[in-house]
Every structure is written in C-alpha cells, then in structure tokens.
Design a protein around this ligand. Structure first.
Ligand SMILES: [Zn+2]
Length: 322
C-alpha cells in the first residue's frame, strides 16, 4: 500500500492483477472549482472494474488528464444532486455518444436523476447510440446496487440537506488458502482445489482422508472502500463502514466552523477523523474542501490529531491497496 502522485504519463492499469484496488482522485473541492481543485469525482478500479464515483463539472477533462479511458467506464455512481457532484455527467454522457460508444452505461443515482437526463436529451433532440440503465437508489436504504463474481457495491444513507447516499465497494469473501507446509506430492492439484473450496476428501471406505480445515488456512481478508459524500457527522454511518481498508469522508470545514458545518449538513476534519477512529478503518481520506482553505495543511493536521492514518484527497493522488 502506498500513496503516489499520478502526474502526467501515468496510465491507469485496468488489467493490473496484483492490486486489489486503486483509487484516483479527480476532484475534491466543495461547491466551486478553486485553487486548482476540481469538484468531486473519483475513479475506483476494483477487481479490474472501473467505477466513476460522482461526476463534478469538468470530470471528462480530468479523466483525459490522468489518461483514464472514459469508454471503459460502464458504471457511474452519483451520491446526490447538488451540482458540484454531478454537473459533469451530461457532458460525459454526450461525449461518450460523440465518440461512438456502443456499450450500455449503468448509472446509479438518486431519485430525480433519470428525469434530469431525459429532459436534457429530449430538448437537445439527442438520440444516444448506446443504452443507459439508470437505477435510482432508495433514499435511506442500504441496497445492493452492483454485484459480480468478485465484489459488491451497496448504498448506505448519509445525513445531508437533500437525499444523499454513500457507497460501499467490497470484495466478496475469498476462498481458504492451501497450507503449503502440508502439501505433498500425493495430493493432486484437483484435490487441492477441492480442499480450498472447503471440501473434505474421503478415502475408498468413506472415511475422511484429508479434512479441508487441516490442510488449509483461513482466507486472507477481503478489501473494501467506503465513499462518504456530503454528510454531517452521524454515527449511524459507523455500522456500514466498520473496518474498511479505506474510508473517504468529507471534511468541508475545520473545527472552528463546527456550527456552520452542522447548519449546512457537512462535517469538520476532526469529525471525519473521529468517525474513522470509531469505525476502526485502516486509512482515512478527507476531501470536499471549502474554498476558504487554500492551504490544506491545517485541515490535515486537525484530522491527524484524532486519526493519524489520514491523507488529503488531492487531485491526481492515487491510493493503492494490494
Ligand atoms: Zn451536497
């Protein structure tokens, strides 16, 4: 696991087998673009599937800047309908069409997003040459939105002024691992696979010859990433993000503006860190910075005082989890 700057010439490796996931920050400023910080957007590549999370204005330019192939993105998650989290979506949808996209696009967003997209396309008389499947998640619910062989994505409720959802990306439980010390030439590759699958191997008399639990070790832990978009501090979030490898949590304000954070349904850096600490996450990433903070060092220091394993969601930063 390491943090690195993804400057020019960096290629997002969609086929990298070694990494469980990578997260590239495409924007992290609140409300308006400022101080060379774009509005919220992130590209998560988990189990070799690229997911776009939120799509602030200018996201398609950010994708180009960091050499991420937009046409390879088949799944877009939108947390809520404040403009700084989705005003880049129509532009991206349009560009994908103009570049000749044929593959279906899956969008998971709040109620109202379908109407917004439909009105835009209708009034511009645009007939997309690809299909959009728009799944509107149910506010306040914890729903399974996406599943493949290796992982799931669930929504979970956040506490914001309008309907707002977090997203939990989680690898499915892995198989048991073979105990190499106990592997001998008499155990065939097929037997090894069956043992890994938890199956006991019987002899010709029906007695257990190899018990799976004796020849295997517990599975290695599954990886997970939780995205907490705009929200006030709310401990009901804890149950959804417990023990995740990486938690992104907004930190719009510093503690000196805790009242304003509460009034606007946002969090402070200290509150984000407190939530990370209580959830026992491995690492915390804070973002959605107020434009009033040009220098983010004090914001980071405030969070680290509570939870040292904290980083800033700086545009171009890439987080890797092996
Ligand atoms: Zn918001």
């Amino acid at each position: 696991m390491s943090w690195s700057k993804a400057w020019k010439n960096r290629q997002i490796k969609f086929s990298n087998q070694k990494l469980a996931f990578t997260l590239t920050i495409l924007g992290s400023n609140a409300s308006v673009p400022a101080h060379n910080r774009n509005q919220t957007a992130q590209l998560l590549n988990m189990m070799q599937v690229p997911f776009l999370i939120d799509c602030g204005e200018g996201t398609q330019l950010q994708l180009k800047k960091y050499k991420i192939k937009a046409q390879k993105i088949d799944h877009i998650f939108i947390s809520h309908l404040h403009g700084d989290h989705y005003y880049g979506l129509m532009g991206l949808i349009s560009s994908l069409h103009l570049y000749g996209r044929k593959n279906d696009l899956n969008i998971y967003g709040p109620p109202g997003l379908k109407e917004i997209i439909t009105v835009n396309l209708k009034n511009s008389q645009t007939h997309l040459n690809y299909k959009i499947h728009l799944r509107e998640w149910i506010p306040g619910e914890h729903e399974l939105l996406f599943e493949n062989l290796h992982m799931t994505v669930h929504s979970f409720p956040l506490n914001h002024r309008i309907n707002c959802s977090g997203f939990l990306f989680r690898e499915k439980p892995k198989k048991r691992r073979l105990d190499k010390i106990k592997m001998t030439d008499s155990i065939s590759p097929l037997t090894m696979i069956r043992l890994k699958n938890g199956e006991d191997i019987l002899d010709e008399h029906g007695n257990i010859k190899y018990a799976s639990k004796d020849y295997t070790l517990p599975p290695s832990p599954s990886v997970s990433y939780a995205f907490c978009s705009d929200t006030k501090y709310d401990e009901s979030i804890l149950s959804y993000v417990q023990n995740v490898n990486l938690l992104y949590h907004e930190a719009t304000f510093m503690n000196e503006m805790a009242d304003r954070a509460a009034d606007t349904f946002h969090s402070t850096a200290e509150q984000a860190a407190l939530l990370a600490k209580k959830a026992k996450v491995k690492r915390l990433l804070i973002g959605h910075f107020s434009t009033r903070y040009k220098d983010l060092a004090p914001v980071l220091n405030e969070a680290r005082a509570v939870y040292p394993a904290t980083e800033l969601a700086i545009e171009g930063t890439e987080y890797e989890e092996k």
